[in-house]
Design a protein around this ligand. Sequence first.
Ligand code: PGA
Ligand code: ZN
Length: 428
Amino acid sequence: VITKVKARQILDSRGIPTVEVDLFTNKGMFRASAPSGDPTGMYEAVELRDGDKGLYLGNSVNRAVKNVNEKISEALVGMDPTLQSQIDQAMIDLDKTEKKGELGANAILAVSIAACKAGAAEKEVPLYKHIADLSGKTNLTLPVPAFTVISGGKHAGNNLAIQEITILPIGASRFEEALQMGSETYHHLKAVITEKYGAHGCNVGEDGGFAPNISSVKEGLDLVKEAISRTGYNERIKIAIDVAATDFCIGTKYDLDFKSPNKSGQNFKSGEHMIDMYKELCTEYPIVSIEDPFDKEDWEHVKHFSSLGLCQVVGDDLLMSNPKRIERAINESTCNALLLKINQIGTVTEAIEVVKLAKDANWGVVASHRCGETEDSFIADLSVGLATGQIKAGAPCRGERLAKYNQLLHIEEELGDHAVYAGDDWRQ
Ligand code: PGA
Ligand code: ZN
């Protein structure tokens, strides 16, 4: 049984406070922490911050920590850690608000993950296996990783409007080989960028992708294409982009120069122009997936683009991992894949439910990190246990990103002959 729950404030990969929890049972201590990203809007679970400008510029999380140490601990002590949905429901009931703003989704999620780890230990099974049991599935699958290789948008200080270019080693035979292919491409890309822009072009963004001072997506895609061709892997590696278009939507137009210091206002594109641009990109480059091609409220253009069937269309800011928005997008055929950010929903149980929702609609599912990460590798186990088929955890570089990829190596090793790499079935 759970004997104690204790939280503390730690720093995430951006140097911003977040919540870490130690949950104790008769089997030992189980530690978990909450990732963090820029809030997108009113549909996601609320990250509780103190707002005291004298402490971490308003970002401290002492109230969330106190909520774990007092209210949540009191409610959970004595509970069986294998009963994930009851633990999560107890916290939801205690919070009473729709978006977990009373206790803080950062407090609730860290406890939920720690309890999940404790539940696995209680049953003496690996974490991914416990998660598979909780979801009622058994087909454990190692996901295809989407490695961030070029960063832009709000994640980097260059002029590139789109947030990231990622590479997917779909043609690898196992996860270990996918990691090798990703790493080799990343280092070839470093050389390609150095030749063209000098060493400072290899400075990196928040997720570890290179951030050369390019201003067009094609310039970035050409660099990546060159790096892939130097590896010799060619068509075994595909490309995906996260446009994060909400960040540069102005009214009904998209400002592809939104970060340029001498913006001319000439690069405003209509939704139709954006669709033409995506069509061109999908023809000229091996693009298999585009995330958030339009603003989070521009459902019509997302739907139009998805209907062309050119690639997977992923809803991140569009869906905010919110079940109501996911249901609406399924009903209206708006997109065809879910980007799962567990801190936007706030508990493991609810994360499992939205993945089911997406899978029942034959959507792709991408288990995702946040720009503010910790060394917690939970989403690696989650992606295997729920057989999401895809994971996006940043570059094959930087500790907080590698924590997830390296954990997938451990899982693959542990599964041995039973390990299945999603490969060509990455969308299923
Ligand atoms: P975020 O980035 O954590 O800044 O939201 C992740 C993403 O957009 O995919
Ligand atoms: Zn995104």
